[in-house]
Design a protein around this ligand. Structure first.
Ligand SMILES: Cc1cc2nc3c(=O)[nH]c(=O)nc-3n(C[C@H](O)[C@H](O)[C@H](O)COP(=O)(O)OP(=O)(O)OC[C@H]3O[C@@H](n4cnc5c(N)ncnc54)[C@H](O)[C@@H]3O)c2cc1C
Length: 361
């Protein structure tokens, strides 16, 4: 390669959102030297996220994709990071979904004996149980394996870890300066590496290598509220309400594929206020509002793997609205794969993305 390169690492990571941070941890655990470029506060997704993880979601309340593998993995992953970095950001906390109809109530009564799901159910209540905090006139389900992470503390902890070994730069990483050689690796300014992994969230669409990915920018807004009394668990129906401080909660989120203008909106705030009022039975005050852009995919699966024509360029993206739960498991899979141990999940593998392959072949 060129004569400019002075510093050598195994892998370069671009982006320190949830994707980049989890992958960085995984590669360090496997004894690899890395360099991470990240200019914070650009897409904002990982920073504004309420940090919720929940294996049973959606309007129809169903078990999420690969929940059994993904949720047992994330508990261990985040706990280990907490002890490695001596920080606290992970909160294991039950989540309650009030029922809206009697049909739903009946459906869950029968589902609660189903082997594939009963592990996640703590209680099925057929009458109001937490009415002092939430509107649940016909009961609801209380779920286990749920909780939240404080993404700010987690990301800051990983950043500090990287800074200790001069493995972190807040410079905006410029693709035009990347030099690639199919056999030897990549070079960026005075740094050389075996491979580079793009963990750039929605910015992947600005890359000449990944602009044909079927990523969709999905704007989200979230409000911070305070209540008179503390809430004892996470509530989720229409909106979620998740603890973020003392008697302070994040409530979200909106989902907007069309109005992607930067910044918070009055409509976003109104929508969330209405949903929280429908959910909680106590009064609250809105103290803050924030926004971010999620990197979502049409098939709702992450996108991981090697670029079709550049085998030293990889990607970890498409975490959509579920970065907190998906990032630990898939960063582990990608880290093993990069090191030649094991395969990528077919449903998450970039090889399924025909639009990208037709651009490069
Ligand atoms: C309002 C809202 C609420 C959410 N709540 C939840 C939740 O409760 N639970 C959950 O699981 N998920 C939630 N999400 C989704 C979650 O935030 C995303 O899945 C996740 O953050 C995506 O992470 P990422 O690392 O792929 O992307 P990002 O967070 O966008 O990170 C990419 C990083 O790369 C940097 N970057 C990009 N290009 C460059 C470059 N060239 N040079 C330097 N730096 C670069 C960016 O600045 C950024 O820091 C929420 C999202 C929003 C918007």
């Amino acid at each position: 390669m060129g004569i400019m390169a002075q510093k050598k690492v195994d892998y370069i990571i671009v982006g320190l959102g949830l994707a980049g941070a989890c992958l960085a941890v995984q590669l360090l655990r496997r004894g690899k030297r890395i360099m991470v470029y990240n200019t914070p506060n650009q897409n904002r997704a990982s920073l504004v996220a309420a940090g919720l993880f929940n294996p049973i979601t959606g309007k129809r309340i169903v078990k999420t994709w690969k929940a059994d593998e993904i949720f047992s993995y994330l508990f261990k992953f985040y706990h280990d990071v907490e002890s490695e970095l001596q920080i606290k950001f992970f909160y294991d906390c039950p989540l309650y979904i009030p029922f809206q109809t009697v049909e739903e109530q009946n459906e869950w009564m029968s589902k609660s004996v189903d082997d594939s799901i009963k592990n996640y159910i703590l209680q099925v209540n057929t009458q109001s149980t937490f009415g002092h905090e939430v509107k649940d006139p016909i009961g609801g389900i209380l779920l286990s394996h749920c909780g939240h992470i404080n993404t700010g503390i987690f990301l800051d902890g990983v950043k500090k870890l990287l800074e200790q070994t001069e493995s972190y730069s807040e410079e905006w990483w410029v693709e035009e300066k990347l030099k690639i050689s199919t056999h030897e690796g990549v070079e960026y300014e005075n740094l050389s590496a075996e491979k580079i992994v793009y963990c750039t969230g929605i910015y992947a669409l600005k890359s000449r290598y990944f602009d044909a990915l079927p990523l969709r920018a999905l704007k989200g807004e979230v409000i911070t509220i305070t209540t008179e009394k503390p809430l004892s668990r996470i509530y989720n129906r229409g909106a979620y309400v998740v603890e973020s401080g003392e008697m302070e909660y994040k409530a979200g989120a909106t989902y907007d594929l069309t109005n992607l203008k930067e910044g918070i909106t009055l409509e976003g705030r109104k929508e969330l206020e209405i949903k929280v009022r429908e959910l909680l039975s106590m009064s609250f005050k809105v103290t803050h509002q924030d926004w971010g852009i999620r990197p979502s995919t049409v098939d709702r699966r992450p996108i991981i793997g090697v670029h079709p024509s550049q085998n030293n360029i990889l990607i970890f993206n498409g975490l959509g609205a579920k970065g907190v739960s998906l990032a630990p498991y898939f960063s582990g899979q990608l880290a093993d794969y990069i090191m030649g141990r094991g395969d990528l999940d077919k449903e998450a593998n970039i090889t399924r993305v025909k639009s990208l392959y037709s651009k490069f072949y």
